[in-house]
Ligand binder design. Structure first.
Ligand code: MLT
Length: 313
């Protein structure tokens, strides 16, 4: 039996699997970094989502730590190198929430194109602003997909019936594989030049941080809409607000922020922005899958068995 410290919300299905394997499951949500370090003593497994920074200091706080399980996809909050150096296995649940993330992208895209949240708020407050919230059709527009991985491809599939032209930039994807998904690969600059809508599906890395900053935003079409459900900081929020102010961008929809939780982004409170608090994976289906998948991986790691979704073994 091992002690499994669960530091963020995990679906009941996942908690049950850990308990059924005989582990002592300690759910400690909302701890400060210092409190979490204190709670790590004696833990053999740590399970997190995206809000917990699993850094070297946290890893050091648990001598017998065997595995860090990330109940979701992104690993930018886990210092995988520090974990590897300490012999700690890191695993994630890479396919658990991709459908939810793709659906969230489409929802935000349409909400932004048709100003649905803004009109909803106005009407809820008693204002019939029919003349104010004219929108844009998606039909026959060019959508640029930055990052044609799992989520980018699901977004492309879901956009195809809208009769759009799909272009993508992704240095790791071949033209042939993109064409099979109905997408034309183009250079990064071309994507910025031609897209009416740009949607981000890249991980946050040193190469992608600030990718859509002032210079690259200046290349975008003045009516272009940008949707970011990937990771905060790939789109520079201050630069995007400045571009909107200058009339060099049509609108922004975002679910992810440079730092989270975020309550003071320069993009908040604008009529040309739709913003949600990192809800991409927040569906019952995605959370059940993420919880169950990560519990299975953690159970395998604790049993000393091969872990299919290990990222550093
Ligand atoms: C992910 O990377 O899996 C998503 O952003 C969802 C999450 O962090 O929970």
């Amino acid at each position: 039996m091992a002690r499994v410290l669960v530091a963020e919300e995990l679906a009941e299905a996942g908690l049950d699997l850990l308990r059924e394997a005989g582990h002592d499951v300690d759910v400690r949500i909302g701890l400060s970094p210092q409190e979490l370090r204190g709670a790590m003593a004696g833990a053999q497994a740590l399970v997190v989502r995206s809000a917990t920074q699993v850094d070297a200091a946290l890893l050091e706080a648990a001598d017998g730590l065997v595995v860090v399980g990330r109940a979701g996809v992104g690993l930018d909050n886990v210092d995988v190198n520090a974990a590897t150096a300490r012999g700690v296995l890191v695993c994630n649940a890479p396919a658990s929430n991709v459908v939810s993330a793709a659906e969230m992208t489409i929802a935000l895209m349409l909400s932004l194109a048709r100003n649905i949240p803004q009109a909803h708020v106005a009407l809820s407050e008693g204002r019939w602003e029919r003349g104010k919230w004219g929108g844009m059709e998606i039909n026959r527009k060019t959508v640029g997909i930055l990052g044609l991985g799992r989520v980018g491809r699901l977004v492309a599939e879901r956009l195809a019936p809208f009769d759009v032209a799909l272009v993508a930039f992704d240095p790791y994807v071949t033209e042939q594989s993109a064409r099979a998904a109905g997408v034309d690969m183009v250079p990064f600059e071309t994507l910025l030049d031609v897209s009416d809508i740009i949607t981000l599906h890249l991980p946050r890395t040193p190469d992608t941080a600030g990718l859509l900053g002032a210079d690259n935003l200046a290349r975008c079409r003045p009516h272009a809409l940008i949707v970011n459900t990937a990771r905060g900081g790939i789109l520079d929020e201050a630069a995007a607000a400045a571009a909107l102010d200058a009339g060099r961008l049509g609108g922004v929809a975002l679910d992810v922020y440079e730092t989270e939780p975020m309550t003071e982004s320069p993009l908040f409170g604008r009529p040309d922005v739709v913003a949600t608090p990192h809800l991409g994976a927040s569906t019952a289906e995605a959370q059940d899958r993420a919880g169950a998948q990560i519990a299975e991986q953690v159970n395998l790691a604790l049993a000393g068995d091969p872990v299919p979704y290990a990222v550093n073994s």
